[in-house]
Design a protein around this ligand. Structure first.
Ligand SMILES: [Zn+2]
Length: 486
């Protein structure tokens, strides 16, 4: 995004660039189409360097005209703009709250580390991460090029997509829905039998495929009505091709509660033993393998994504308490008495486990190569504000020494509805005026919201989250690596 803006910024003063950066973020955070008080969910992909796939692409500038220069000529303006965006994120809104949207996804690549100024920029980002939590660090190792969006969704660009990059407006990708497998339920039904567990998993994946096929047929029917139908916008053909390129669509397969499946099946949670981690990795590999087989069988791209599961983790836990008790009661997280129950999201480790951040990022990262459509690790900061230097070292180490796909650092805030001020940490009362009319702010999953809007399951998770108060430089305990297991 910063690169595509760059040709329009040539010749502007720093002040003008800052003003545009502020305008853009302010406008994206307006509640243009309010849905429960949330601004439109939007993401911007940002780079410090000129990404390889855009370097030689002819740049478009004022008036929608080609400027005659490739994008590689606009590195300076692109850097100035991305720096200014993070100045705006650092200040937050009028009340000092972090901006919820647009989410800035910063791609960290091999080229990033070879681009002058990257150390200063990384420090700038980490300052914002420590103060406001806003940046997402997306790791594109080797030759990988990705487009990231949503809570963690990402599209790895294949050769044909990279050809699209020469006409960037063609880069319209979508995922139609995510069919999520309730993993712990499979363990209750399998009753400790390995073969039964994997067989059930294969069966339920076919059900996911069927649900996608039905949805696709339904969407195709709506699209066939063309400009008189409800999806008129998606059928417009400004560049000769439908805006929605259904042949490029991916069909997501998600998972919830790997940790609880493993806990029920082998008696230990993922972080508690090598055997538990191995089982978790075997399960995830199996899902990936079956998804590939189903793709070939049904001629659709089924790809794994960690389900964000704001509501699914709660819904599955509630349903299993009703239909699979007492088994489910032994592993479900949260508090059954208050109804604040949940399953651990996707392939994450127990959110309450006292694991240092290095270990969490490394071990959760073992699953990420198996989940091509996107993963994330959350580091819950709570009240603590680590130094920009320690976070920058941490991000660099995570890129170099782990397989983790994406990181976000999440602080917590209390926002006062009476005096409008914002303070760090979650509190019952405003530290400025003493009012109890306050709301909490932190990441629910892959984005920030007010905690008053959360369902009971997420509230239970919030209580349990282990806040890291430092230890960003700890040594990593050895757990199995992927090659040992798969
Ligand atoms: Zn107040």
């Amino acid at each position: 995004m910063n690169l595509f803006f760059a040709p329009y910024l040539r010749g502007m003063s720093d002040r003008e660039v800052e003003q545009l950066a502020q305008m853009m973020i302010f406008e994206f955070s307006q509640q243009a189409v309010a849905r429960g008080g949330q601004a439109i969910f939007s993401d911007i992909n940002l780079y410090w360097e000129v990404p390889k796939h855009f370097a030689d692409v002819p740049a478009i500038g004022p008036g929608g005209e080609y400027t005659g220069l490739p994008y590689s000529d606009y590195a300076e303006e692109a850097q100035k703009f991305v720096w200014a965006l993070f100045d705006v994120y650092m200040k937050g809104d009028a009340s000092g709250r972090p901006f919820f949207f647009p989410k800035p996804l910063v791609h960290i690549t091999e080229k990033f580390f070879n681009t002058p100024g990257h150390q200063e920029f990384l420090r700038h980002l980490c300052q914002v991460a420590s103060e406001k939590g806003t940046p997402y660090f997306v790791f594109d190792r080797g030759d990988t090029a990705k487009i990231s969006q949503c809570c963690r969704l990402s599209f790895k660009l294949e050769a044909s997509d990279l050809a699209d990059a020469t006409s960037p407006w063609k880069m319209r990708y979508c995922a139609l829905q995510n069919g999520t497998v309730n993993l712990p339920r499979l363990a209750y039904v399998a009753e400790g039998d390995d073969a039964a567990l994997f067989a059930k998993l294969t069966d339920v994946m076919e059900l996911v495929a069927q649900s996608h096929l039905e949805k696709r047929v339904f969407i195709e029917k709506l699209l066939a009505i063309g400009e008189n139908g409800p999806l008129a916008m998606l059928t417009m053909k400004q560049d000769g091709e439908s805006y929605l390129r259904l042949h490029k669509a991916t069909f997501l397969v998600g998972m919830v509660g790997l940790n609880e499946l493993v806990q029920y099946h082998c008696g230990q949670e993922l972080h508690q033993s090598k055997a538990a981690m191995k089982l978790g990795l075997r399960i995830t590999s199996h899902i990936k393998l079956v998804a590939e087989k189903l793709s070939a069988k049904h001629h659709l791209k089924f790809v794994l994504e960690q389900t964000p599961a704001e509501s699914t983790a709660y819904r599955f836990a509630k349903l299993d308490l009703r239909y699979h008790s007492p088994q489910s009661g032994s592993v479900i997280k949260g508090d059954v008495k208050t109804g604040e129950v949940y399953y651990t999201n996707s392939t994450l480790l127990n959110v309450g486990a006292k694991i240092n951040p290095v270990e969490r990022v490394k071990n959760e990262g073992l699953f990420h190569p198996l989940i091509p459509a996107g993963s994330i690790s959350h580091i819950w900061l709570g009240e603590s504000q680590p130094s920009a230097e320690s976070l920058a070292n941490f991000v660099t180490k995570a890129f170099r020494q782990t397989q983790n796909d994406q990181l976000a650092f999440s602080p917590e805030f209390t926002s006062c509805n009476d005096c409008n001020k914002t303070s760090r940490g979650l509190a019952e009362t405003c530290s400025f005026c003493g009012s109890t009319n306050v709301d909490g702010i932190t990441r629910i999953t892959g984005y920030f919201t007010k905690t008053s809007t959360w369902n009971k399951g997420k509230k239970g998770e919030l209580t349990d989250r282990y806040r890291n108060s430092g230890a960003f430089d700890n040594k990593v305990k050895t757990l199995p690596n992927l090659k040992e297991v798969v």
